[in-house]
Design a protein around this ligand. Structure first.
Ligand code: FAD
Ligand code: SF4
Ligand code: SF4
Length: 477
Protein backbone atom coordinates (compact mmCIF):
# COMPACT_ATOMS: atom_id res chain seq x y z
CA UNK A 1 0.00 0.00 0.00
CA UNK A 2 3.11 2.25 0.16
CA UNK A 3 2.30 4.15 -3.00
CA UNK A 4 -1.49 4.06 -2.62
CA UNK A 5 -4.23 5.76 -0.58
CA UNK A 6 -2.72 9.21 -1.09
CA UNK A 7 -6.08 10.90 -1.62
CA UNK A 8 -5.83 12.90 1.62
CA UNK A 9 -2.47 14.45 0.77
CA UNK A 10 -2.69 14.58 -3.05
CA UNK A 11 -5.45 16.63 -4.68
CA UNK A 12 -7.30 15.36 -7.72
CA UNK A 13 -5.52 16.47 -10.86
CA UNK A 14 -6.23 16.05 -14.56
CA UNK A 15 -3.69 16.16 -17.39
CA UNK A 16 -3.01 19.68 -18.66
CA UNK A 17 -6.13 21.09 -20.26
CA UNK A 18 -5.45 23.55 -23.06
CA UNK A 19 -6.70 27.10 -22.57
CA UNK A 20 -10.16 27.68 -24.04
CA UNK A 21 -8.90 30.52 -26.27
CA UNK A 22 -6.39 28.14 -27.85
CA UNK A 23 -8.87 25.24 -28.05
CA UNK A 24 -11.25 27.42 -30.05
CA UNK A 25 -8.63 27.76 -32.77
CA UNK A 26 -8.21 24.10 -33.73
CA UNK A 27 -9.71 20.60 -33.55
CA UNK A 28 -6.91 19.06 -31.46
CA UNK A 29 -7.83 17.09 -28.31
CA UNK A 30 -8.27 19.37 -25.33
CA UNK A 31 -6.33 17.32 -22.76
CA UNK A 32 -2.68 16.48 -23.10
CA UNK A 33 -1.33 13.07 -22.05
CA UNK A 34 -0.40 12.71 -18.37
CA UNK A 35 3.28 13.08 -17.56
CA UNK A 36 4.66 9.87 -16.01
CA UNK A 37 5.07 11.27 -12.48
CA UNK A 38 1.63 12.86 -12.52
CA UNK A 39 -0.03 9.63 -13.72
CA UNK A 40 1.68 7.62 -10.96
CA UNK A 41 0.78 10.23 -8.35
CA UNK A 42 -2.87 10.41 -9.43
CA UNK A 43 -3.19 6.61 -9.63
CA UNK A 44 -1.75 6.48 -6.12
CA UNK A 45 -4.75 8.44 -4.78
CA UNK A 46 -6.88 5.26 -5.07
CA UNK A 47 -7.88 3.85 -1.70
CA UNK A 48 -7.97 0.24 -3.06
CA UNK A 49 -11.54 -0.34 -1.93
CA UNK A 50 -12.68 -3.81 -0.90
CA UNK A 51 -15.80 -3.26 -2.97
CA UNK A 52 -14.64 -0.96 -5.78
CA UNK A 53 -17.71 0.96 -6.93
CA UNK A 54 -15.68 2.35 -9.85
CA UNK A 55 -15.44 -1.20 -11.22
CA UNK A 56 -19.09 -1.98 -10.52
CA UNK A 57 -20.17 1.10 -12.51
CA UNK A 58 -17.78 0.54 -15.42
CA UNK A 59 -19.82 -1.32 -18.09
CA UNK A 60 -16.74 -3.48 -18.80
CA UNK A 61 -16.07 -4.10 -15.10
CA UNK A 62 -12.47 -3.12 -15.64
CA UNK A 63 -10.13 -4.16 -12.86
CA UNK A 64 -9.50 -0.51 -12.06
CA UNK A 65 -7.94 -0.73 -8.57
CA UNK A 66 -5.31 -3.22 -9.74
CA UNK A 67 -4.21 -1.30 -12.83
CA UNK A 68 -4.15 1.92 -10.81
CA UNK A 69 -1.83 0.24 -8.31
CA UNK A 70 0.43 -1.05 -11.10
CA UNK A 71 0.57 2.45 -12.60
CA UNK A 72 1.47 3.96 -9.24
CA UNK A 73 4.26 1.37 -8.91
CA UNK A 74 5.56 2.02 -12.46
CA UNK A 75 4.55 -1.47 -13.69
CA UNK A 76 3.06 -0.05 -16.86
CA UNK A 77 3.30 -3.06 -19.15
CA UNK A 78 1.41 -5.17 -16.61
CA UNK A 79 -1.10 -2.34 -16.16
CA UNK A 80 -1.71 -2.33 -19.92
CA UNK A 81 -2.08 -6.13 -20.05
CA UNK A 82 -4.70 -5.99 -17.32
CA UNK A 83 -6.56 -3.00 -18.76
CA UNK A 84 -6.73 -4.58 -22.22
CA UNK A 85 -7.99 -7.90 -20.87
CA UNK A 86 -11.44 -6.43 -20.25
CA UNK A 87 -11.41 -3.46 -22.62
CA UNK A 88 -10.73 -3.83 -26.36
CA UNK A 89 -10.06 -0.08 -26.82
CA UNK A 90 -8.94 1.39 -23.47
CA UNK A 91 -7.39 4.44 -25.17
CA UNK A 92 -10.80 5.28 -26.67
CA UNK A 93 -12.77 4.84 -23.43
CA UNK A 94 -10.13 6.74 -21.47
CA UNK A 95 -10.82 9.69 -23.77
CA UNK A 96 -14.58 9.66 -24.34
CA UNK A 97 -16.42 7.70 -21.66
CA UNK A 98 -18.57 10.06 -19.59
CA UNK A 99 -16.51 9.13 -16.53
CA UNK A 100 -18.46 11.59 -14.38
CA UNK A 101 -21.50 9.31 -14.81
CA UNK A 102 -19.61 5.98 -14.71
CA UNK A 103 -16.37 5.00 -12.96
CA UNK A 104 -15.19 8.34 -11.57
CA UNK A 105 -18.65 9.56 -10.57
CA UNK A 106 -18.97 6.45 -8.40
CA UNK A 107 -15.48 6.47 -6.93
CA UNK A 108 -15.86 6.39 -3.13
CA UNK A 109 -13.54 9.33 -2.61
CA UNK A 110 -15.50 11.46 -5.09
CA UNK A 111 -17.42 13.11 -2.24
CA UNK A 112 -15.01 15.18 -0.20
CA UNK A 113 -11.77 14.55 -2.07
CA UNK A 114 -12.64 14.29 -5.78
CA UNK A 115 -12.64 10.91 -7.55
CA UNK A 116 -9.51 9.31 -8.96
CA UNK A 117 -8.86 10.43 -12.57
CA UNK A 118 -9.44 6.91 -13.88
CA UNK A 119 -10.09 7.73 -17.55
CA UNK A 120 -6.95 9.82 -17.94
CA UNK A 121 -4.83 7.06 -16.36
CA UNK A 122 -6.42 4.47 -18.68
CA UNK A 123 -5.51 6.65 -21.67
CA UNK A 124 -1.98 7.24 -20.32
CA UNK A 125 -1.32 3.52 -19.77
CA UNK A 126 -2.54 2.57 -23.24
CA UNK A 127 -0.74 5.38 -25.06
CA UNK A 128 2.44 4.35 -23.23
CA UNK A 129 1.85 0.79 -24.42
CA UNK A 130 1.53 2.02 -28.03
CA UNK A 131 4.66 4.18 -27.67
CA UNK A 132 6.63 1.17 -26.43
CA UNK A 133 5.34 -1.30 -29.02
CA UNK A 134 3.49 -3.44 -26.44
CA UNK A 135 0.27 -3.39 -28.46
CA UNK A 136 0.50 -6.11 -31.07
CA UNK A 137 -1.86 -7.31 -33.81
CA UNK A 138 -3.95 -10.35 -32.98
CA UNK A 139 -2.22 -13.68 -33.55
CA UNK A 140 -4.71 -16.51 -33.07
CA UNK A 141 -3.45 -19.59 -31.26
CA UNK A 142 -5.05 -21.73 -33.98
CA UNK A 143 -6.98 -20.91 -37.16
CA UNK A 144 -10.58 -22.04 -37.49
CA UNK A 145 -12.34 -22.67 -40.77
CA UNK A 146 -15.63 -21.02 -39.82
CA UNK A 147 -16.20 -17.46 -40.92
CA UNK A 148 -18.23 -14.71 -39.28
CA UNK A 149 -19.70 -11.72 -41.14
CA UNK A 150 -20.08 -8.54 -39.14
CA UNK A 151 -22.33 -5.75 -40.44
CA UNK A 152 -21.07 -2.42 -39.07
CA UNK A 153 -17.51 -1.32 -38.31
CA UNK A 154 -18.36 0.88 -35.33
CA UNK A 155 -16.99 0.13 -31.85
CA UNK A 156 -19.46 -2.76 -31.38
CA UNK A 157 -18.46 -4.46 -34.63
CA UNK A 158 -14.74 -3.75 -34.12
CA UNK A 159 -14.74 -5.15 -30.58
CA UNK A 160 -16.46 -8.31 -31.77
CA UNK A 161 -14.05 -8.61 -34.72
CA UNK A 162 -11.05 -8.40 -32.39
CA UNK A 163 -12.36 -11.07 -30.04
CA UNK A 164 -13.51 -13.45 -32.77
CA UNK A 165 -10.19 -13.17 -34.56
CA UNK A 166 -8.35 -13.96 -31.32
CA UNK A 167 -10.42 -17.13 -31.22
CA UNK A 168 -9.19 -17.97 -34.72
CA UNK A 169 -12.33 -17.27 -36.79
CA UNK A 170 -12.17 -15.82 -40.31
CA UNK A 171 -13.71 -12.40 -39.77
CA UNK A 172 -15.23 -10.17 -42.47
CA UNK A 173 -16.59 -6.74 -41.53
CA UNK A 174 -18.94 -4.92 -43.91
CA UNK A 175 -19.55 -1.18 -43.65
CA UNK A 176 -21.26 1.32 -45.90
CA UNK A 177 -18.85 4.07 -44.91
CA UNK A 178 -15.47 4.42 -46.62
CA UNK A 179 -13.59 4.24 -43.30
CA UNK A 180 -13.65 1.92 -40.30
CA UNK A 181 -14.91 3.26 -36.95
CA UNK A 182 -18.61 4.21 -37.33
CA UNK A 183 -19.51 7.13 -35.08
CA UNK A 184 -15.96 7.17 -33.69
CA UNK A 185 -14.93 8.61 -37.06
CA UNK A 186 -17.97 10.40 -38.51
CA UNK A 187 -19.92 11.43 -35.38
CA UNK A 188 -17.54 12.20 -32.53
CA UNK A 189 -15.38 15.26 -33.29
CA UNK A 190 -11.61 15.24 -33.35
CA UNK A 191 -11.28 17.42 -30.24
CA UNK A 192 -12.72 14.51 -28.20
CA UNK A 193 -11.11 11.66 -30.10
CA UNK A 194 -8.42 12.14 -32.71
CA UNK A 195 -9.15 10.10 -35.82
CA UNK A 196 -5.62 8.68 -35.92
CA UNK A 197 -6.46 6.82 -32.68
CA UNK A 198 -9.26 4.94 -34.45
CA UNK A 199 -7.25 4.36 -37.64
CA UNK A 200 -4.42 2.86 -35.56
CA UNK A 201 -6.83 0.23 -34.18
CA UNK A 202 -8.32 -0.44 -37.62
CA UNK A 203 -4.79 -1.04 -38.96
CA UNK A 204 -4.01 -3.45 -36.12
CA UNK A 205 -7.17 -5.43 -36.83
CA UNK A 206 -6.28 -5.59 -40.53
CA UNK A 207 -2.75 -6.74 -39.70
CA UNK A 208 -4.27 -9.40 -37.46
CA UNK A 209 -6.28 -10.80 -40.37
CA UNK A 210 -9.69 -9.10 -40.08
CA UNK A 211 -10.98 -8.32 -43.56
CA UNK A 212 -12.86 -5.04 -43.92
CA UNK A 213 -15.25 -4.47 -46.83
CA UNK A 214 -15.86 -0.72 -46.83
CA UNK A 215 -18.35 1.07 -49.11
CA UNK A 216 -20.43 -2.10 -48.79
CA UNK A 217 -24.03 -1.50 -47.79
CA UNK A 218 -26.02 -4.50 -46.69
CA UNK A 219 -29.39 -4.13 -48.36
CA UNK A 220 -27.82 -2.58 -51.46
CA UNK A 221 -24.71 -4.67 -52.20
CA UNK A 222 -25.99 -7.90 -50.65
CA UNK A 223 -29.07 -8.96 -48.74
CA UNK A 224 -28.88 -10.33 -45.23
CA UNK A 225 -29.68 -13.81 -46.53
CA UNK A 226 -26.87 -13.65 -49.08
CA UNK A 227 -24.45 -12.86 -46.25
CA UNK A 228 -25.90 -15.71 -44.19
CA UNK A 229 -25.06 -18.04 -47.06
CA UNK A 230 -21.48 -16.72 -47.15
CA UNK A 231 -20.77 -17.02 -43.41
CA UNK A 232 -21.34 -19.45 -40.54
CA UNK A 233 -22.66 -16.67 -38.31
CA UNK A 234 -23.60 -13.01 -38.69
CA UNK A 235 -23.39 -10.12 -36.25
CA UNK A 236 -25.48 -7.01 -36.87
CA UNK A 237 -23.92 -3.90 -35.29
CA UNK A 238 -25.36 -1.17 -37.46
CA UNK A 239 -26.08 1.53 -34.87
CA UNK A 240 -28.81 4.20 -35.05
CA UNK A 241 -29.06 6.42 -38.11
CA UNK A 242 -32.66 7.65 -38.41
CA UNK A 243 -32.78 11.20 -37.10
CA UNK A 244 -35.60 12.54 -34.95
CA UNK A 245 -37.12 15.60 -36.54
CA UNK A 246 -38.97 18.71 -35.50
CA UNK A 247 -42.15 19.87 -37.18
CA UNK A 248 -42.33 23.57 -36.38
CA UNK A 249 -43.46 26.29 -38.81
CA UNK A 250 -40.60 27.19 -41.12
CA UNK A 251 -38.89 23.79 -40.79
CA UNK A 252 -38.54 23.65 -44.57
CA UNK A 253 -36.29 26.75 -44.76
CA UNK A 254 -32.74 26.30 -46.04
CA UNK A 255 -29.85 25.98 -43.59
CA UNK A 256 -31.80 23.98 -41.01
CA UNK A 257 -29.71 20.85 -40.79
CA UNK A 258 -29.44 17.57 -38.94
CA UNK A 259 -26.65 17.23 -36.39
CA UNK A 260 -25.06 14.16 -38.00
CA UNK A 261 -25.06 15.82 -41.44
CA UNK A 262 -23.24 18.77 -39.93
CA UNK A 263 -20.78 16.72 -37.85
CA UNK A 264 -20.02 14.28 -40.66
CA UNK A 265 -19.17 17.15 -43.00
CA UNK A 266 -16.87 18.67 -40.38
CA UNK A 267 -15.17 15.35 -39.64
CA UNK A 268 -14.72 14.62 -43.34
CA UNK A 269 -13.21 18.05 -43.89
CA UNK A 270 -10.79 17.40 -41.02
CA UNK A 271 -9.82 14.11 -42.66
CA UNK A 272 -8.99 15.96 -45.89
CA UNK A 273 -12.00 14.79 -47.92
CA UNK A 274 -13.64 16.87 -50.61
CA UNK A 275 -16.86 18.20 -48.99
CA UNK A 276 -18.68 20.55 -51.41
CA UNK A 277 -21.45 21.40 -48.86
CA UNK A 278 -18.77 22.57 -46.45
CA UNK A 279 -16.83 24.54 -49.04
CA UNK A 280 -20.02 26.25 -50.28
CA UNK A 281 -20.68 27.40 -46.70
CA UNK A 282 -23.90 25.36 -46.33
CA UNK A 283 -22.42 23.19 -43.56
CA UNK A 284 -19.75 25.58 -42.33
CA UNK A 285 -20.48 27.84 -39.35
CA UNK A 286 -17.64 30.33 -40.02
CA UNK A 287 -18.84 33.89 -39.36
CA UNK A 288 -22.43 32.76 -38.72
CA UNK A 289 -24.93 32.84 -35.88
CA UNK A 290 -25.60 29.24 -34.96
CA UNK A 291 -28.48 27.83 -32.92
CA UNK A 292 -28.28 24.21 -31.82
CA UNK A 293 -31.43 22.53 -30.54
CA UNK A 294 -30.97 19.69 -28.03
CA UNK A 295 -29.20 18.89 -24.78
CA UNK A 296 -27.38 15.60 -25.37
CA UNK A 297 -23.78 14.81 -26.21
CA UNK A 298 -24.50 15.26 -29.92
CA UNK A 299 -25.70 18.81 -29.29
CA UNK A 300 -22.54 19.50 -27.26
CA UNK A 301 -20.40 18.23 -30.14
CA UNK A 302 -22.26 20.53 -32.57
CA UNK A 303 -21.87 23.69 -30.47
CA UNK A 304 -18.19 23.04 -29.87
CA UNK A 305 -17.60 22.28 -33.56
CA UNK A 306 -19.32 25.54 -34.53
CA UNK A 307 -17.07 27.48 -32.14
CA UNK A 308 -13.99 25.94 -33.77
CA UNK A 309 -15.26 26.73 -37.26
CA UNK A 310 -15.27 30.40 -36.26
CA UNK A 311 -18.99 31.05 -35.71
CA UNK A 312 -19.97 34.58 -34.75
CA UNK A 313 -22.28 33.31 -31.97
CA UNK A 314 -23.32 29.85 -30.78
CA UNK A 315 -26.45 29.27 -28.69
CA UNK A 316 -27.85 26.00 -27.41
CA UNK A 317 -31.58 25.71 -26.75
CA UNK A 318 -32.63 22.99 -24.31
CA UNK A 319 -36.13 22.55 -22.93
CA UNK A 320 -35.13 21.34 -19.44
CA UNK A 321 -32.56 22.79 -17.03
CA UNK A 322 -28.90 22.03 -16.59
CA UNK A 323 -29.48 19.41 -13.89
CA UNK A 324 -31.86 17.49 -16.15
CA UNK A 325 -29.97 17.52 -19.41
CA UNK A 326 -28.98 14.14 -20.88
CA UNK A 327 -25.47 15.23 -21.89
CA UNK A 328 -22.40 15.00 -19.70
CA UNK A 329 -21.94 17.91 -17.27
CA UNK A 330 -18.26 17.88 -18.14
CA UNK A 331 -19.03 18.54 -21.81
CA UNK A 332 -21.32 21.47 -20.89
CA UNK A 333 -18.51 23.03 -18.85
CA UNK A 334 -16.07 22.66 -21.74
CA UNK A 335 -18.60 24.30 -24.07
CA UNK A 336 -19.23 27.19 -21.68
CA UNK A 337 -15.50 27.79 -21.33
CA UNK A 338 -15.27 27.90 -25.12
CA UNK A 339 -17.95 30.61 -25.34
CA UNK A 340 -21.20 28.74 -26.00
CA UNK A 341 -24.34 30.37 -24.64
CA UNK A 342 -26.85 27.94 -23.10
CA UNK A 343 -30.48 29.02 -23.15
CA UNK A 344 -31.93 26.62 -20.60
CA UNK A 345 -35.64 25.80 -20.41
CA UNK A 346 -36.49 26.98 -23.88
CA UNK A 347 -37.80 25.23 -26.98
CA UNK A 348 -38.13 26.30 -30.62
CA UNK A 349 -41.57 27.44 -31.69
CA UNK A 350 -40.86 28.45 -35.30
CA UNK A 351 -38.07 29.09 -37.79
CA UNK A 352 -38.27 32.50 -39.43
CA UNK A 353 -36.67 33.67 -42.66
CA UNK A 354 -37.10 34.32 -46.34
CA UNK A 355 -35.97 31.18 -48.17
CA UNK A 356 -33.27 30.47 -45.60
CA UNK A 357 -33.49 30.56 -41.83
CA UNK A 358 -32.67 33.93 -40.23
CA UNK A 359 -34.10 33.58 -36.73
CA UNK A 360 -35.38 30.93 -34.35
CA UNK A 361 -38.42 31.92 -32.33
CA UNK A 362 -38.42 30.08 -29.01
CA UNK A 363 -40.60 29.81 -25.94
CA UNK A 364 -39.52 29.69 -22.30
CA UNK A 365 -40.45 26.47 -20.51
CA UNK A 366 -41.15 25.59 -16.91
CA UNK A 367 -40.67 22.14 -15.45
CA UNK A 368 -44.01 20.57 -14.54
CA UNK A 369 -44.96 17.35 -12.80
CA UNK A 370 -42.76 14.28 -13.28
CA UNK A 371 -43.77 11.78 -15.98
CA UNK A 372 -43.70 7.95 -15.67
CA UNK A 373 -39.88 8.00 -15.92
CA UNK A 374 -39.67 10.47 -13.02
CA UNK A 375 -38.43 13.35 -15.19
CA UNK A 376 -40.27 16.66 -14.92
CA UNK A 377 -42.22 17.44 -18.09
CA UNK A 378 -41.35 20.79 -19.72
CA UNK A 379 -44.37 23.00 -20.31
CA UNK A 380 -44.42 26.23 -22.34
CA UNK A 381 -44.84 29.52 -20.49
CA UNK A 382 -47.54 31.66 -22.12
CA UNK A 383 -46.41 34.84 -23.92
CA UNK A 384 -42.76 34.09 -23.29
CA UNK A 385 -41.52 33.92 -26.86
CA UNK A 386 -38.20 35.43 -27.86
CA UNK A 387 -36.03 35.38 -30.99
CA UNK A 388 -32.44 34.33 -31.60
CA UNK A 389 -30.50 35.20 -34.76
CA UNK A 390 -29.72 32.01 -36.73
CA UNK A 391 -27.89 31.66 -40.02
CA UNK A 392 -27.71 27.91 -39.35
CA UNK A 393 -30.05 25.93 -37.08
CA UNK A 394 -28.85 22.47 -36.12
CA UNK A 395 -31.30 19.83 -34.92
CA UNK A 396 -29.73 17.46 -32.38
CA UNK A 397 -32.87 15.75 -31.12
CA UNK A 398 -31.72 12.16 -30.98
CA UNK A 399 -31.75 9.10 -33.17
CA UNK A 400 -33.89 6.10 -34.02
CA UNK A 401 -32.92 2.85 -35.73
CA UNK A 402 -33.53 2.41 -39.41
CA UNK A 403 -36.10 -0.14 -40.55
CA UNK A 404 -33.66 -3.06 -40.78
CA UNK A 405 -36.10 -5.81 -41.86
CA UNK A 406 -37.00 -3.72 -44.93
CA UNK A 407 -33.46 -2.48 -45.53
CA UNK A 408 -31.95 -5.96 -45.26
CA UNK A 409 -34.70 -7.57 -47.35
CA UNK A 410 -35.77 -9.97 -44.62
CA UNK A 411 -39.14 -9.18 -43.08
CA UNK A 412 -38.77 -12.09 -40.64
CA UNK A 413 -36.06 -10.27 -38.65
CA UNK A 414 -37.86 -9.41 -35.39
CA UNK A 415 -37.72 -5.90 -33.93
CA UNK A 416 -39.08 -4.29 -30.77
CA UNK A 417 -41.68 -1.53 -30.83
CA UNK A 418 -38.77 0.94 -30.81
CA UNK A 419 -37.39 -0.75 -33.97
CA UNK A 420 -34.29 -1.99 -32.12
CA UNK A 421 -33.42 -5.61 -32.87
CA UNK A 422 -35.05 -8.17 -30.63
CA UNK A 423 -32.47 -10.56 -29.18
CA UNK A 424 -32.28 -13.15 -26.46
CA UNK A 425 -30.08 -11.52 -23.82
CA UNK A 426 -28.81 -14.99 -22.90
CA UNK A 427 -27.50 -15.81 -26.38
CA UNK A 428 -27.38 -12.33 -28.06
CA UNK A 429 -29.09 -14.06 -31.01
CA UNK A 430 -31.97 -12.53 -32.97
CA UNK A 431 -34.93 -14.69 -33.97
CA UNK A 432 -32.94 -15.78 -37.07
CA UNK A 433 -30.67 -18.77 -36.49
CA UNK A 434 -27.01 -17.75 -36.42
CA UNK A 435 -27.75 -14.00 -36.63
CA UNK A 436 -26.59 -12.04 -33.57
CA UNK A 437 -26.73 -8.33 -32.71
CA UNK A 438 -24.79 -5.82 -30.59
CA UNK A 439 -24.40 -2.12 -29.77
CA UNK A 440 -26.86 0.73 -30.31
CA UNK A 441 -29.05 -1.39 -32.58
CA UNK A 442 -30.12 -3.50 -29.59
CA UNK A 443 -29.73 -0.97 -26.79
CA UNK A 444 -30.88 2.33 -28.30
CA UNK A 445 -28.54 5.30 -28.77
CA UNK A 446 -26.02 4.64 -26.01
CA UNK A 447 -22.30 4.82 -25.34
CA UNK A 448 -19.13 3.52 -26.94
CA UNK A 449 -18.23 1.54 -23.82
CA UNK A 450 -21.56 -0.31 -23.96
CA UNK A 451 -21.06 -1.08 -27.66
CA UNK A 452 -17.65 -2.57 -26.80
CA UNK A 453 -19.20 -4.63 -24.03
CA UNK A 454 -21.94 -5.91 -26.36
CA UNK A 455 -19.44 -6.66 -29.12
CA UNK A 456 -17.33 -8.75 -26.75
CA UNK A 457 -20.37 -10.55 -25.34
CA UNK A 458 -21.74 -11.23 -28.82
CA UNK A 459 -18.36 -12.65 -29.92
CA UNK A 460 -18.41 -15.06 -26.98
CA UNK A 461 -22.00 -16.02 -27.80
CA UNK A 462 -21.07 -16.64 -31.45
CA UNK A 463 -18.14 -18.78 -30.32
CA UNK A 464 -20.44 -20.85 -28.10
CA UNK A 465 -22.92 -21.21 -30.97
CA UNK A 466 -20.28 -22.32 -33.49
CA UNK A 467 -18.66 -24.71 -31.01
CA UNK A 468 -22.03 -26.32 -30.32
CA UNK A 469 -22.68 -26.59 -34.06
CA UNK A 470 -19.25 -28.15 -34.67
CA UNK A 471 -19.73 -30.77 -31.94
CA UNK A 472 -23.20 -31.59 -33.26
CA UNK A 473 -21.71 -32.09 -36.75
CA UNK A 474 -19.01 -34.35 -35.29
CA UNK A 475 -21.64 -36.35 -33.41
CA UNK A 476 -23.77 -36.85 -36.53
CA UNK A 477 -20.75 -37.72 -38.72
P1 FAD B 1 -21.97 2.86 -34.78
O1 FAD B 1 -20.80 3.49 -34.16
O2 FAD B 1 -23.07 3.74 -35.20
O3 FAD B 1 -21.47 2.01 -36.01
C1 FAD B 1 -22.39 1.37 -36.87
C2 FAD B 1 -21.75 1.14 -38.21
O4 FAD B 1 -22.66 0.37 -39.00
C3 FAD B 1 -21.48 2.42 -39.00
O5 FAD B 1 -20.14 2.47 -39.40
C4 FAD B 1 -22.43 2.32 -40.20
O6 FAD B 1 -21.88 2.88 -41.37
C5 FAD B 1 -22.61 0.83 -40.33
N1 FAD B 1 -23.84 0.46 -41.03
C6 FAD B 1 -25.10 0.83 -40.71
N2 FAD B 1 -25.97 0.26 -41.58
C7 FAD B 1 -25.23 -0.48 -42.45
C8 FAD B 1 -25.56 -1.28 -43.57
N3 FAD B 1 -26.80 -1.46 -44.00
N4 FAD B 1 -24.53 -1.90 -44.24
C9 FAD B 1 -23.25 -1.74 -43.83
N5 FAD B 1 -22.90 -0.96 -42.79
C10 FAD B 1 -23.88 -0.36 -42.10
N6 FAD B 1 -20.53 7.75 -26.80
C11 FAD B 1 -19.60 7.88 -25.83
O7 FAD B 1 -19.34 6.91 -25.11
N7 FAD B 1 -18.93 9.04 -25.63
C12 FAD B 1 -19.13 10.13 -26.42
O8 FAD B 1 -18.51 11.16 -26.22
C13 FAD B 1 -20.08 10.03 -27.47
N8 FAD B 1 -20.29 11.07 -28.30
C14 FAD B 1 -21.16 10.92 -29.33
C15 FAD B 1 -21.32 11.97 -30.23
C16 FAD B 1 -22.19 11.84 -31.30
C17 FAD B 1 -22.32 12.97 -32.24
C18 FAD B 1 -22.95 10.66 -31.46
C19 FAD B 1 -23.94 10.54 -32.59
C20 FAD B 1 -22.81 9.61 -30.57
C21 FAD B 1 -21.91 9.73 -29.51
N9 FAD B 1 -21.70 8.67 -28.62
C22 FAD B 1 -20.78 8.80 -27.62
C23 FAD B 1 -22.44 7.41 -28.78
C24 FAD B 1 -21.57 6.35 -29.49
O9 FAD B 1 -20.91 6.91 -30.59
C25 FAD B 1 -22.43 5.15 -29.91
O10 FAD B 1 -23.12 4.66 -28.79
C26 FAD B 1 -21.54 4.03 -30.48
O11 FAD B 1 -20.76 4.49 -31.56
C27 FAD B 1 -22.41 2.85 -30.93
O12 FAD B 1 -21.58 1.90 -31.54
P2 FAD B 1 -22.15 0.87 -32.62
O13 FAD B 1 -20.99 0.03 -33.02
O14 FAD B 1 -23.36 0.20 -32.08
O15 FAD B 1 -22.66 1.77 -33.83
FE1 SF4 C 1 -14.21 4.33 -16.77
FE2 SF4 C 1 -15.01 3.93 -19.26
FE3 SF4 C 1 -12.61 3.14 -18.53
FE4 SF4 C 1 -14.75 1.88 -17.60
S1 SF4 C 1 -14.06 1.95 -19.71
S2 SF4 C 1 -12.96 2.51 -16.43
S3 SF4 C 1 -16.22 3.57 -17.42
S4 SF4 C 1 -13.31 5.25 -18.61
FE1 SF4 D 1 -9.99 3.40 -6.04
FE2 SF4 D 1 -12.14 5.00 -6.25
FE3 SF4 D 1 -12.17 2.58 -7.29
FE4 SF4 D 1 -12.17 2.88 -4.63
S1 SF4 D 1 -13.80 3.48 -6.04
S2 SF4 D 1 -10.97 1.39 -5.84
S3 SF4 D 1 -10.88 4.70 -4.47
S4 SF4 D 1 -10.84 4.25 -7.92
Amino acid sequence: MGKMQKFVSVARGTPTKREAVLRREDFGEIYEKFQTDAAAEQAGRCSQCGIPFCQVHCPLHNNIPDWLMMTAEGRLEEAYELASETNTFPEVCGRICPQDRLCEGNCVIEKGFGGVTIGAVEKYVTETAFDNGWVKPVKPFRERTESVGIIGAGPGGMAAADRLRRLGYQVHVYDRYDRVGGLLVYGIPNFKLEKSVVARRADLLTEGGVIFHTNFEVGRDASLDELRDRHDAILIATGFYDYRDLSAPGSGLANIVQAMTYLTASNRKGLGDNVPEFDSGELNAAGKNVVVIGGGDTAMDCVRTAVRQGAQSVSCLYRRDRENMPGSEREVSHAEEEGVRFVWQSAPEAFLGNGAVEKVRALRMRLGTPDASGRQTPQPIKDSSFKLPADIAIKALGFDPEDLPTMFGNKKLAVTRHRTLKISYKTMMTNLDGVFAAGDIIRGASLVVWAIRDGRDAADAIDAYLNAKASEERRVA
